[in-house]
Design a protein around this ligand. Structure first.
Ligand SMILES: C[S@@+](CC[C@H](N)C(=O)[O-])C[C@H]1O[C@@H](n2cnc3c(N)ncnc32)[C@H](O)[C@@H]1O
Length: 465
């Protein structure tokens, strides 16, 4: 096979997260963003050793698995969902196979428990980060998600099916307001412009909504109409009024404005002001209450999180009189679900705001046997006085830092429960655990993100006797 050559073939399977495998003349070619069973044409664009990669040119025939119509008008253009045309059962089968193949690649003997479904397939997200931009160079202001495969172009996703209708209404209101006032978006290359992101959180159980508009401080520079925007209140108060008048199902409890002048394309805060109400919402999971601030990590599918955490609780097993470490603890959800039945739980989390929320949550839930420490697991772990009996790990996508992994293994605890949102990172870390005397007892996938390529995995490790 040569670079640049065009081929046709059937996608045999899709490996995590989106790697379609097509076999041509005995060679395997990886083509991204396809559905298993589709007949596609692609151009070979990379060849490394005997590994080929192809760029999708056209879907020639849809897959026998694509038995239903797309649900939202953005599907196909939006980078969010990939599998709306596949029934949910088939999506689950595919993700189950993806996780199993990855774990099988590092571990031969373990019990694979399959995949647990999200309780709701649509409208399941409790948080969205929308970006401002234009739909095409020089086009009108857009607010939404990046177009599939595009770094710059933004699609206004006002019909998104994985959030409920309140998000779509809020998005339209903010976009209209920004367009009416001639506000420009922040241009990533020239670092000029005003509007960056709109962050919306809505708790499923309490129906509380928090809205956060993230801008640079370059308001005057981007002023296009004749109005005087020197006083920020003069533009934000009408927006607050308009948002509060929306006929939403949920209840807006806070509207915030955040300044972010950093050059990185991330949602973060240099300075934040509360325009209305408060700067947090409450959500309830498995009978406990959690305060969630604007930037803290919280599982984005609340009902799915209950499924995930129930599996974690099952894998953690007997906790009576046990000391537990919850490393990468976010707002302390797992620690607090385990604390009522354990001797003590210590959570470690790098985002200070999340740690403060975790402490508040613990007292809100009447738990006095959990402590939360702010800092990098890699460093904090050296100063922990307690000796853990059980460790729960829920690291970010890239998995655990190799040096932190060694320190975790040095505790030599009998049981470790590892939760991962990226099974490729999990497989890499499991390899280290296996080499250092642990065995994988059980693995269970949990689908927290229907329609998308993502999947969560829970793994129970035990120390060999
Ligand atoms: C996947 S989240 C898990 C959060 C929590 N267990 C939950 O279910 O809500 C990973 C968390 O790890 C935190 N984190 C990332 N790197 C870290 C580090 N080096 N040390 C401590 N926490 C870290 C992130 O801020 C995030 O809250």
């Amino acid at each position: 096979m040569k670079k640049g050559q065009i081929y046709e073939g059937i996608v045999q399977r899709v490996d995590f997260p989106n790697k379609g495998v097509v076999e041509i003349e005995g060679n395997k070619v990886i083509v991204k963003n396809v559905v298993p069973g589709q007949k596609i044409s692609f151009a070979v664009n990379k060849k490394r050793a005997e590994k080929y990669e192809g760029k999708l040119l056209e879907v020639l025939e849809k897959s026998p698995l694509e038995t239903r119509e797309k649900v939202c008008k953005h599907f196909g253009n939006c980078g969010g969902c990939s599998y709306q045309t596949m029934p949910y059962e088939d999506q689950l089968e595919m993700k189950k196979g993806q996780v199993k193949r990855l774990i099988d690649s590092v571990c031969k003997e373990y019990e694979f428990e399959g995949i647990l479904a999200s309780p709701t397939e649509w409208g399941y997200r409790n948080k969205m980060e929308f970006s401002f931009g234009d739909e095409y160079k020089g086009g009108p202001l857009a607010l939404g998600l990046h177009k599939k495969g595009s770094f710059h172009d933004i699609l206004t996703v006002d019909d998104c099916a994985i959030v409920d209708k309140d998000y779509n209404m809020i998005l339209n209101c903010v976009l209209k307001f920004a367009s009416d006032h001639g506000l420009d978006y922040y241009h990533k290359l020239s670092h000029t412009g005003y509007l960056r992101h709109l962050l919306v959180r809505k708790a499923v159980k309490t129906q509380e909504i928090l809205i956060n508009l993230i801008t640079t401080s370059q308001l005057e520079e981007v002023r296009e109409s004749g109005e005087n925007y020197n006083d920020k209140d003069s533009i934000f108060q009408p927006l607050v009024e308009q948002l509060r008048k929306l006929p939403l199902q949920g209840n807006i409890v806070g509207i915030l404005h955040t300044n972010n002048d950093s050059q990185a394309d991330v949602v973060k805060s240099d300075y934040m002001e509360v325009l209305y109400g408060r700067d947090y919402i409450y959500e309830e999971l498995l009978g406990l209450k959690f305060k969630i601030s604007t930037f803290s990590f919280f599982q984005t599918n609340s009902l799915g999180a209950e499924v995930l955490y129930s599996k974690v609780r099952e894998y953690v097993g007997e906790t009576k009189d046990r000391t537990i470490f919850d490393l990468y603890s976010g707002t302390g959800t797992i620690a607090q679900l385990l604390a009522p039945v354990a001797k003590k739980v210590t959570g470690v989390e790098i985002v200070e705001e999340a740690v403060e929320a975790a402490r508040e949550n613990a007292s809100l839930n009447g738990l006095s046997n959990c402590e939360f420490i702010a800092g990098d697991v890699l460093k904090v772990i050296d100063s922990l006085k307690d000796k853990p009996d059980i460790i729960v790990l829920d690291p970010p996508r890239d998995g655990i830092h190799p040096k932190a992994l060694d320190k975790i293994i040095d505790f030599s605890v009998k049981r470790i429960v590892y939760i991962s949102c990226k099974p490729t990172s999990l497989a890499r870390d499991l390899d280290v655990f296996l080499a250092k005397g642990y065995e994988v007892e059980k693995v269970c996938a949990v689908d927290m993100f229907p329609g998308t390529v993502h999947v969560e995995t829970v793994c129970l490790l035990s120390k060999k006797a």
